[in-house]
Design a protein around this ligand. Structure first.
Ligand SMILES: Nc1ncnc2c1ncn2[C@@H]1O[C@H](COP(=O)(O)OP(=O)(O)OP(=O)(O)O)[C@@H](O)[C@H]1O
Length: 861
């Protein structure tokens, strides 16, 4: 509409009047007054008219918006009902199976599949059929998989809890399905993208939070606490599970990060994946040794039609199920496998109980089921993806996985549906899906209309309909950590699990305040996900005589090497699980740092003296960690060995050992067991030993085809003796090294031993120490472990004596000092003592029970 022109002319008129004021007449003034009066009244009318029109238009847009919003909400409600019906028909717990592609086309595959069945050809005539809600064949794409998962993502937006987990033998593609690759992303990135897309499309305000943790050996570890900040930043508290008043499960102190878009989530996800515990096994070079769990929680306060205000989806990449016998896992790998299998079995029990609608659901049997309690079964949507390998070699594991999945399948008290019923159900589901699609299309149109109307409204009033709502939504805290820190100190009885499921030394250290030191510029480990940049745990592999134990785990020769983390790909147990230790298998990791803790290597008597140095030591530890000079530690180790005195029976040293036919050192007849009883002990330094062993070294150099690692010369040479003599002879020859407590040179540059601390921490966390100590002393751990390794029967009385010796010396050292009330100090102190204790045994007692190689791993760095 054109604006009135009179008012525009007014200034000109007045100007002309002013210019002609000498000629002003009363008629002139009158006419001007009329003009002015006219102008103001006309303009007012016109402006009123315009604003009334605009208001009307605005009002009509607002009415349309309200109507459309109601319509969209109705459509959402209908869609939700239909989706629920659809999922109910499909089953709240659905089991899919994914068959991974064969590595080589030439291999015979006894596993065939169609879209619903997996057929195992046992013999030419005998076969076993397993059916599932859906089977993804080897050529199925990630898109195919996600298409089946999408309805679950939709129901998460509707306020339902959900859980999607990948189960299966190690190396069958669980991580591939969940994580995927940059070219073909898996369920996690797709699900997150899907969630954000739906949130954007919706006319509600959502707050999305992201958390990531792993369950390693029954211990919950936050994966969003980056390794680099862990040791120097505030001590990350341990994660404990609790149930809130509404019966919802939460995890104390778990980092919860508010995320605004897909890219933000992906950054966090990558960070978490890097922190995850992986290791090389016989079946997978970067095998997951834990259950990796992602939690995405969604809050929507302005949608009462949603099932809950806050709900969550768990995306879980379970650790690989495996027969430990097949993987030949020992030590840590063995226990990891055992813990994974036990928690998977507990998960199977829970799902099976839910499917069979049992009165009691055994959630408390594992941390995994405790965490997932409110996201499994009932009105939650659960989706299990079982992964199998079609290879003939894996047939046994494949059948185990299929049997597990069958247990979890939707069998209502054993009644399978007839084909006719199934067909009817399929038709109903198809119709429901079509209805859903139609509603979604209509809803999308309505939403587009809402958007357009909002834009118009914005132009008219300069304010959008939606932004008003947005303004109401206050910015929330970036990181929300469930504030239950106080609870940490009183560990509940229910949290006390069998030894393998108890928190690892690593988590206890986090509790206690003593964490790893970090080292920059460390080489990255060979791992798909786990490129550790901050912690370097170097291992030492010493040449140990092939004893009974060695033949179990490794038939090849062992050599001296200074390698980082993964020592040999074909020895499962030589690969260190990153950032995790457990002393029960004596797989020890030493993390070397720049500082010089001055307390180390003391006799039990000087233990109390050591405590006074701890404060100083801890202060040093809190300084920023710099680059490690490995050579400094090397030279320390060397100096240490040279200065160290041994009570040695000189007679026992072979004068000039000669190689036998097989190239091994000949035994001196004087090393006869009977003669060891009457030996005369003299003090002798390591250098003297070296002189005596000159010939041995020459020979060994030839045998191994290269000079032994200089850094480990001393131990290497001592171990050379081990390779030609019985453990008992070694034991009888070398007594405990003699240390001068005041000699600071015996203290290694920042040598920290991480292990055994669990025994101490338990005292402060409500776990009965005595019971624990009895159960978990290193010697009893060994005793426990040996039968599992099949070594109990083969232990002779001499080895038994070794064990008793260890127990006798180790146990008193592990008793906590009552006077040391400050946990952190006591912790550090005990670590030093433990390191001392273990170094004393270095090359002695443990060799006799087959711990030679593992025991030395990392200890000397
Ligand atoms: N469907 C598939 N298509 C292509 N490659 C696959 C598929 N499934 C698995 N792979 C490949 O097989 C290898 C092992 O897979 P992955 O690491 O996902 O196994 P996993 O079951 O997670 O093992 P673990 O339990 O030991 O962690 C990877 O290199 C992966 O890319």
């Amino acid at each position: 509409m054109e604006k009135p022109r009179t008012s525009k002319k007014l200034p000109e008129t007045i100007h002309s009047l002013l210019g002609l004021k000498s000629h002003l007449t009363s008629a002139w003034v009158k006419s001007v007054c009329n003009i002015v009066k006219n102008v103001s009244s006309k303009e007012g009318e016109e402006e009123d008219f315009v604003s009334a029109q605009e208001q009307e238009q605005e009002q009509s847009i607002r009415e349309q918006l309200s109507a459309l919003t109601v319509h969209v909400n109705d459509q959402n409600k209908r869609r939700r009902q239909i989706l629920n019906e659809f999922l109910d028909l499909k089953g709240n717990i659905r089991v899919f199976c994914r068959v991974r592609p064969l590595d080589s086309k030439n291999l015979r595959a006894p596993v065939v599949s169609d879209t619903r069945n997996v057929i195992i050809k046992l013999t030419e005539t005998k076969k076993k059929i397993y059916n599932f809600d859906r089977v993804f064949q080897p050529d199925s794409s990630q898109d195919d998989v996600f298409l089946e998962i999408e309805p679950v993502i939709k129901s998460v937006i509707d306020g339902y809890n959900a859980c999607i987990f990948a189960y299966g033998q190690t190396g069958t593609g669980k991580t591939f399905t969940m994580e995927g690759t940059p070219e073909s992303p898996g369920i996690v990135p797709r699900a997150i993208k899907g969630l954000f897309k739906r949130v954007e499309e919706s006319n509600h305000m959502f707050v999305i939070n992201f958390s990531m943790l792993e369950i390693y050996m029954g211990n919950l570890r936050d994966l969003l606490l980056s390794q680099a900040t862990k040791p120097i930043g505030p001590i990350p508290p341990s994660l404990l599970i609790h149930t809130d008043a509404k019966g919802e499960i939460d995890i104390d102190n778990l980092v919860t990060k508010k995320v605004n878009d897909f890219n933000e989530v992906m950054k966090l996800y990558k960070l978490g994946c890097k922190t995850r515990a992986t290791a090389s096994t016989d079946s997978n070079s970067a095998s997951s040794r834990s259950h990796c769990m992602i939690r995405v929680s969604i809050t929507c306060l302005d949608a009462p039609e949603r099932r809950r205000e806050t709900n969550k989806i768990w995306l879980v990449d379970l650790g690989g199920s495996e027969r430990v016998l097949k993987t030949k896992a020992v030590g840590r790998r063995f226990d990891e496998g055992k813990a994974i299998n036990l928690s998977l079995s507990a998960l199977g029990d829970v799902i099976s109980s839910l499917q069979h609608k049992n009165g009691h659901i055994p959630y408390r049997n594992s941390k995994l089921t405790q965490v997932l309690k409110d996201s499994l079964g009932q009105d939650s949507k659960t989706l299990m993806l079982v992964h199998i390998s079609p290879k003939e070699d894996d047939l046994c594991e494949t059948m185990c996985s299929l049997n597990f999945a069958t247990r979890a399948k939707n069998i209502h008290l054993g009644q399978e549906e007839s084909a006719e019923e199934q067909e009817k159900k399929e038709i109903v589901m198809m119709n429901l899906q079509k209805m859903m699609e139609k509603i979604e299309q209509e809803r999308d149109l309505s939403l587009r209309e809402i958007r357009n109307l909002n834009e118009t409204l914005e132009k008219l009033s300069g304010k959008s309909h939606v932004t008003e709502k947005e303004d109401e939504f206050v910015v929330r805290e970036e990181i929300q950590v469930t504030p239950k820190i106080q609870k940490n100190k009183s560990r509940r009885a229910s949290d006390v699990f069998p030894s393998f499921m108890r928190p690892t030394a690593s988590s206890n250290r986090r509790l206690s305040g003593n964490d790893f030191r970090v080292i920059s510029n460390s080489p990255s480990f060979k791992s798909r996900r786990n490129s550790m940049v901050s912690v370097r745990a170097e291992s030492v592999c010493l040449p140990v005589k092939k004893n009974r134990f060695a033949s179990v785990c490794d038939s090849s020769d062992r050599s001296v090497s200074k390698s980082t983390c993964v020592m040999r790909q074909n020895i499962a147990d030589d690969a260190t699980t990153v950032y995790s230790q457990d002393i029960s298998e004596c797989d020890i990791k030493v993390v070397v740092s720049e500082q010089k803790p001055k307390v180390q290597q003391m006799s039990p008597g000087s233990a109390m003296k050591a405590s006074s140095k701890i404060g100083k030591c801890e202060k040093n530890m809190n300084k920023e960690v710099g680059r490690t000079e490995f050579s400094r530690i090397n030279s320390w180790v060397r100096k240490q060995s040279e200065n160290r005195s041994y009570l040695l029976d000189k007679k026992q040293l072979p004068a000039s050992p000669l190689p036998d036919k097989r190239g091994r050192l000949s035994r001196d007849s004087s090393l006869d067991k009977s003669s060891t009883k009457s030996f005369s002990k003299e003090k002798i330094t390591c250098n003297e030993i070296f002189e005596k062993m000159e010939d041995i070294e020459d020979f060994k150099t030839d045998e191994t085809g290269g000079k032994p690692n200089l850094m480990l010369k001393d131990l290497f040479e001592l171990q050379c003796l081990c390779s030609s003599e019985t453990e008992d002879q070694i034991l009888s020859k070398y007594c405990n090294p003699v240390y001068d407590d005041d000699d600071e040179s015996v203290y290694p540059p920042s040598l920290r031993y991480d292990g055994l601390s669990q025994h101490i921490d338990n005292v402060w966390f409500g776990v009965d120490y005595i019971a624990d100590c009895e159960q978990d002393s290193p010697a009893s751990d060994l005793k426990e472990l040996l039968p599992e390794m099949g070594l109990d029967r083969s232990l002779n009385s001499e080895s038994q004596r070794d064990l008793e010796f260890i127990e006798e010396v180790a146990s008193p050292l592990l008793v906590p000092q009552e006077t040391l009330v400050e946990r952190g100090r006591a912790q550090t102190f005990m670590q030093k003592l433990q390191a001392l204790c273990l170094q004393i045994f270095l090359g002695l007692g443990f060799i006799g029970v087959g711990y030679g190689n593992d025991f030395f791993n990392g200890l000397m760095k």
